[in-house]
Design a protein. Structure first.
Length: 57
């Protein structure tokens, strides 16, 4: 289960991207997440996915 709070979600997702997944699509596929919804939630706290860094910044 993923955190509902956007700040906790940010921490969770960036940790997973750093330690386990090479890109956002793989993370979303493996965790059965909607990438558009995830991106919107994190955009609500002014974070965007940076493909080069493989994290939300």
């Amino acid at each position: 289960m993923i955190p509902k709070d956007p700040v906790m979600l940010l921490s969770f997702v960036n940790l997973k991207l750093r330690d386990f997944y090479g890109d956002l699509d793989t993370l979303c596929e493996e965790l059965d997440l909607d990438p558009d919804e995830l991106t919107r939630k994190l955009a609500s706290i002014d974070y965007r996915y940076d493909e080069e860094r493989n994290q939300f910044v």
